[in-house]
Design a protein around this ligand. Structure first.
Ligand SMILES: Cc1cc2nc3c(=O)[nH]c(=O)nc-3n(C[C@H](O)[C@H](O)[C@H](O)COP(=O)(O)OP(=O)(O)OC[C@H]3O[C@@H](n4cnc5c(N)ncnc54)[C@H](O)[C@@H]3O)c2cc1C
Length: 512
């Protein structure tokens, strides 16, 4: 006998979307079991709309739990930022800089809409690229090129946009740099698209970016009619990304489901070749819960203790072992006022070579540095007139591209120095407007880097290969698209596998 139709292990975005669809659209009695004290997994927000009284220690514990993140630098010291500047009373910060592909038209927002909910998204407007000592709209950069390069850029865009989703899979394991070089010899065009591909994937080197995934994501943006520069190619969740988790959780509970936090699953129970339930830790000890469907939202890399290796055939174990996440250095800064006030003030700013990083030996030769004045896109994020600025630099977690960067403390400290050097040199008013800043090292951002060898047919399936009634969901498993947007697609595939119905029909055709 079981009290639930479906047990979901983990309340990350994948688990919550699956739970919401199964509870609201299939009438299934859903139970979500979450290890952490709060729901949301890697999507977490902190600040006055969330828990203004969160303590410094609670914040640090939460950061560690939801992205293996750790504060590595702070100026002034972190307690002063919390107490004097009122980090949690006056601002809203996410786990890190947190945007989504396709802005307000992304796939988790479409699913929420199908469930009768609206996810509030503030689109970012503008994409500015650093050239000749200043940031310029990306179209202005291309407009300044020789005529032949401009024509070549249009031709490459046209050639790429004609590749269908099916055809794009031929490039899943081809790197984006090689793909671009197969289309053109014009270095301006290669660098231009290379930077955009790196920015989308969150990686520093186009040789580590899957061309197939970038082709699909670019074409999806085109088909959705979203445009970085005109607003809508990216965006932030108004009031904090955590709202997304709250909204899907609300659908689950409104439809008779239950979500238990601080409830780590110890083991998936298996009888014969069928998953029949879970053993979960409770306040009083442990208990066994049974259900005819088990959905796992724990990234397969971390699943070992819950589901022993013996249940994965060799090929799948090898794929799990070779998966590596996306990692990075994330900055959070409070300014008296924005430093950029022009038409791109609510946009994304990127520089291909952060000065002083050329000699550091990073993968990709020099670090791409990007920042966003988050509160210019979403004014809820900072007190009126002030500015919350988020920054990002990619750091690779492991070989085969070179030694691990994310564990290299010297490199991280040098990069932080270079970031401050850049801001000081670029904005003469910097020291007058800077109030506070801190950086986190996030070891586990996207569950899987958007790199050749990991995507397409090498993602793990949503249906477990050997155990009946066990399904997987989350950003590591079958889907296409980047991080949170891809998770929405993956959840449709998971629920489709559970029910035998095509749930991708909830998505606009260009996102299926
Ligand atoms: C700093 C940072 C910045 C990011 N920036 C972006 C961005 O700009 N754009 C974007 O789209 N995405 C971004 N992401 C990535 C995005 O947040 C993730 O891709 C997405 O949230 C993953 O959702 P998921 O469901 O796959 O997994 P997760 O969020 O990892 O969820 C897994 C859940 O399982 C739970 N769990 C684990 N073990 C157990 C157990 N034994 N029992 C019960 N529960 C368990 C975990 O606690 C967690 O809640 C960022 C992430 C981070 C950390």
């Amino acid at each position: 006998m079981s009290d639930h139709d479906v047990i979901i292990i983990g309340s990350g975005l994948g688990g919550l979307i699956c739970g919401a669809m199964l509870a609201a659209m299939e009438g299934r009695k859903v139970l979500v079991l979450e290890r952490n004290a709060d729901i949301g997994g890697k999507i977490m927000s902190y600040g006055y709309l969330h828990d203004p009284d969160i303590t410094e220690e609670e914040y640090k514990t939460s950061l560690a739990a939801c992205g293996h993140s750790k504060i590595v630098y702070s100026d002034p010291d972190f307690s002063t930022i919390v107490e004097k500047h009122g980090l949690f009373k006056n601002y809203i910060v996410d786990t890190g800089w947190h945007q989504m592909s396709v802005g307000p038209r992304n796939r988790f927002a479409q699913i929420a809409q199908a469930l009768g909910k609206k996810i509030p998204i503030s689109p970012t407007v503008g994409f500015l690229y650093y050239e000749d000592g200043r940031f310029q709209q990306i179209s202005a950069i291309a407009a300044g090129w020789p005529k032949e390069s401009q024509a070549e850029r249009r031709r490459v865009a046209w050639e790429t946009s004609r590749i269908s989703k099916e055809e794009s899979h031929a490039y899943d394991h081809v790197d984006y740099d090689a793909f671009l070089k197969s289309l053109t010899t014009d270095q301006r065009v290669i660098d231009y698209y290379g930077l955009m591909g790196c920015y989308s994937a969150g990686l520093n080197d186009p040789r580590t970016v899957s061309a197939g995934e970038i082709i699909r994501v670019n074409n999806m943006n085109n088909m959705a009619g979203t445009h970085f520069q005109k607003g809508g190619g990216g965006g932030v969740v108004t009031g904090g990304f955590k709202h997304v988790a709250n909204i899907f959780a609300e659908v689950i509970t409104e439809n008779g489901g239950e979500i238990l936090t601080s409830s780590p699953v110890r083991e998936i129970l298996v009888e014969g070749n069928t998953a029949v339930g879970v053993r979960v830790r409770t306040e009083g000890g442990e208990k066994e819960l049974r259900a005819p469907v088990i959905i796992n939202n724990v990234p397969p890399r971390h699943l070992g203790r819950v589901l022993p290796d013996q249940y994965w055939p060799l090929d799948f174990r090898q794929r799990i072992e070779s998966q590596f996440p996306l990692a990075g250095l994330l900055g959070f800064m409070g300014l008296r006022e924005p430093i950029e006030k022009g038409d791109g003030k609510a946009g994304d700013f990127s520089i291909r070579r952060l000065p002083g990083t050329e000699e550091l030996g990073v993968i990709g030769e020099a670090s791409i540095f990007s920042f966003e004045q988050t509160s210019e896109a979403d004014p809820t994020r900072a007190p009126e007139g002030k500015c919350l600025l988020n920054t990002w630099i990619s750091l690779y977690p492991k070989n085969p591209f070179g030694p691990s960067e994310i564990d290299n403390d010297d490199l991280i400290n040098t990069l932080i120095d270079r970031i401050y050097d850049f801001f000081r040199a670029q904005y003469p008013q910097w020291d007058d407007v800077y109030e506070w800043g801190y950086f986190t090292r996030a070891k586990d951002m996207y569950g899987m880097s958007i790199s050749p060898g990991q995507l397409g047919d090498r993602r793990l399936p949503v249906v477990h290969p050997t155990l009946k009634n066990l399904f997987h969901t989350g950003d590591n498993v079958a889907q296409w698209g980047i991080a949170t947007d891809g998770v929405g697609h993956g959840a449709c595939l998971t629920v489709g596998a559970v029910t035998g119905k095509d749930y991708t029909h909830l998505l606009a055709p260009w996102g299926r």
